[in-house]
Design a protein. Structure first.
Length: 289
């Protein structure tokens, strides 16, 4: 029975063909790289691409450019170019991104292939066969440099650096983590607020589906829980937040049951408040961890 379910799941995801690749073979450390994500799928289904709230590790998201859909042999082809940067030192770094196929009560993640990029260092190597020119002319020196003092000074400096790292290293890492968390939340909040404005103005069900996926994706990156793979029932398991329970059930009724509630936006306002609470809770965990 389990084997049959796995086989069925594989066939179900094959209707979406995803391909990802870098436009460059190599980039310098910290320089932007362009990554193309293409999805080909039947016109009867809906597919969402990762946005700025997605985790692009080991790369960091800069911006994205979407291209209009086109038809190819009866299928829809969508594509987007992500501009990414990396500050990791590994010479070869790989990336694999998903697209999300919307189903009745949840979404299905379909992964692209893995593509790699060579990261060039900032310093060029000195050729081993470099020829040096000898100078035999007399060059007067102003003073004799005291190398023992240089060595002692270097040791003292190294001791100070190590001491500062041991004393303040954890604090610095926390500040960096908090800064990245704040930037990711600000990006999510800006995007989600725009989606909420659209839902409030015309009660757009498609925009509601997109906003729901964005909410799940942000919480998945924040709490390291696979929200995008969970159904509403699975998300609510173990949750004691009655507002979240009510909001998710009403959103399911409107999106998948097509109830058509004119105040659907209020449920997403609740999700926005819950996201802020979870973000603040995570901030406190990092501060006191």
């Amino acid at each position: 029975m389990a084997a049959w379910l796995l086989s069925w799941g594989a066939l179900y995801s094959q209707s979406v063909n995803v391909k990802g690749y870098f436009l460059e073979d190599s980039v310098k450390l910290g320089s932007p790289a362009s990554y193309v994500l293409v999805a080909e799928y039947p016109g009867s289904i809906k597919v969402l691409f990762p946005d700025s709230t997605h985790r692009f590790a080991p790369f960091e998201f800069n911006k994205q450019t979407f291209f209009p859909s086109r038809l190819k042999d009866g299928s829809v082809v969508d594509s987007v170019i992500y501009e990414l940067s990396t500050f990791e030192l590994e010479p070869f770094q790989s990336l694999q991104l998903p697209v999300f196929r919307l189903r009745e009560k949840d979404s299905l993640k379909v992964m692209s292939n893995i593509d790699s990029l060579f990261i060039e260092g900032l310093l060029d190597e000195i050729p081993q066969d470099a020829k040096l020119k000898e100078t035999v002319g007399y060059s007067p020196l102003d003073f004799a440099f005291n190398y023992p003092y240089l060595v002692i000074g270097g040791i003292i400096f190294l001791i100070i650096v190590i001491t500062l790292f041991l004393v303040f290293g954890k604090t610095v890492r926390k500040k960096i983590t908090l800064y990245r968390m704040r930037k990711k939340y600000e990006k999510f909040s800006t995007s989600f607020t725009e989606q909420l404005r659209t839902i409030r103005s015309n009660n757009d069900i498609h925009e509601a589906e997109s906003a729901f996926i964005s909410w799940k994706s942000y919480l998945e990156a924040l709490e390291k829980v696979p929200y995008t793979k969970l159904t509403t029932k699975e998300i609510l398991k173990g949750e004691e937040n009655e507002k979240l329970r009510t909001a998710l059930k009403n959103i399911d009724k409107n999106i998948y049951g097509r109830v058509g509630d004119n105040e659907l936006f209020k449920q997403f306002e609740t999700l926005e408040d819950i996201c802020l609470d979870k973000y603040n809770k995570k901030v406190e965990e990092v501060k006191h961890g």
